[in-house]
Ligand binder design. Structure first.
Ligand code: XIL
Length: 389
């Protein structure tokens, strides 16, 4: 496109129409003719998930593996073509950015932020306060530390200010606090909980993040909020209490790590009740895993499982589409070969959780998302697999 533009730039601006170029402004007679500004080329396929999602004002995202982006050409192309938002799968986590106390390594995260700018994508920052993937100098398990309570408080404050300022203006949504409650709806007794003597760290974290970047949307993010029950209720009560204290929280992220073995959750009702608090909501880490073979971790045991998975994907996306406050839908990666699922869920073995297969070819799960977006936007649907794959 760059080469095309330089050869076209000498052509009279007036003849360049139909979306390729826009006029910078009209000029009075006799003045220098208006300069034609190149408008961005159609950088992604018209049948891509992002193009279709654009038409309904939804951002469709993906978690991005920083070690694969820019290395695997097909992976990189799909990331750019299909998604309008990106989340660093690991690159912004504390263990990655400050493995050595006081020494920051922002490069991988910065590379993704730069990639996102180049491809007109928004970035979900993930995540500031969590009990997992902490640097060894701070905690090996998230529940114990050799630091004093005062030191723990001081390092969390510094971490939030330093990281949020580092990417200030470049982050659309920050997952400020991740997974603070357990499955019984009890606050996790993490190093944060212990240092504060309760959940007060959550309000502090949001206030510090707001001071460090006044514009990012600040999210609480967790899994199993999709299911009505003690955990979802506890988070709902916590959010209400934060709002009552005027803590700057704008959104709740539903991770959406689903498995066909647990049934489809009560997602719509839960999205709606959190949205009714005046919050944005988002699907932040969707994958739909199923029982797979031990020696072929992305091959379902049940040959019919992919149909159930398609249904889960479709209903999850539709639940988001049906709630105006649901601003983004992010699968946790897109290719089965790079998914965290097979390495994490081994008893029983689960996998095949994403929308592209191990060779990065789109699966039926991709097709249902594409068709749902097309239907929602009124575009012609039932695309064949043509351009873009
Ligand atoms: C996972 C990553 O996908 C893995 O690569 C990593 O080894 C562990 O963390 N909830 C979250 C994500 O909020 O950050 C987790 O990501 C998945 C569960």
């Amino acid at each position: 496109m760059r080469r095309l533009w330089s050869s076209l730039s000498v052509v009279s601006a007036a003849v360049l129409v139909a979306g390729q170029f826009t006029l910078a402004g009209s000029s009075p007679a006799g003045a220098t003719p208006p300069v034609a500004k190149p408008s961005p080329p159609a950088a992604y396929p018209a049948d891509s998930l992002r193009a279709l999602a654009d038409r309904v004002g939804l951002r469709i995202g993906t978690a991005v593996n920083a070690d694969v982006l820019g290395v695997d050409a097909k992976y990189t192309q799909i990331t750019a073509d299909q998604f309008s938002s990106v989340t660093p799968e690991n690159a912004m986590k504390w263990a990655e950015v400050e493995a050595t106390r006081g020494t920051y390594t922002w490069e991988k995260a910065q590379d993704l932020v730069d990639f996102a700018k180049e491809h007109k994508q928004l970035v979900r920052g993930h995540t500031l306060v969590w009990h997992n993937q902490l640097p060894a100098w701070l905690s090996s398990d998230g529940y114990t530390t050799t630091l004093s309570n005062d030191e723990v408080k001081a390092v969390l404050k510094k971490h939030i200010f330093d990281e949020v300022r580092q990417f200030k203006g470049d982050i659309w949504q920050w997952d400020v606090v991740n997974e603070a409650f357990d499955d019984n709806g009890q606050p996790r007794q993490t190093i944060w909980y212990k240092a504060w003597g309760g959940t007060g760290y959550i309000a502090d974290a949001f206030r510090w993040a707001r001071q460090a970047d006044p514009r990012a949307l600040l999210f609480y993010n967790d899994y199993n909020l999709e299911f009505t029950g003690a955990k979802s209720d506890a988070v709902y009560a916590m959010v209400k209490s934060l709002q009552a204290q005027r803590v700057p929280i704008q959104g709740v992220g539903f991770q959406g790590h689903l498995s066909t073995q647990y049934g489809y959750p009560d997602l719509s009702n839960n999205l709606e009740r959190f949205a009714a608090l005046g919050l944005k909501v988002a699907l932040t880490e969707v994958d739909v895993r199923t029982a797979t073979k031990a020696d072929a971790v992305n091959e379902p045991v049940d040959a019919l499982a992919p149909y159930a998975q398609e249904s889960y994907w479709s209903r999850t996306l539709q639940a988001c589409l049906a709630v105006r406050a649901c601003i983004s839908f992010t699968p946790w990666g897109f290719g089965d070969a790079y998914s965290w699922v097979p390495g994490w869920f081994k008893d029983p073995q689960e996998g095949a959780a994403l929308i592209y297969d191990e060779q990065l070819n789109p699966k039926g799960q991709y097709d249902v998302l594409q068709q749902d977006l097309a239907l929602a936007s009124g575009a012609p649907h039932r695309y064949g697999r043509g351009i873009g794959h």
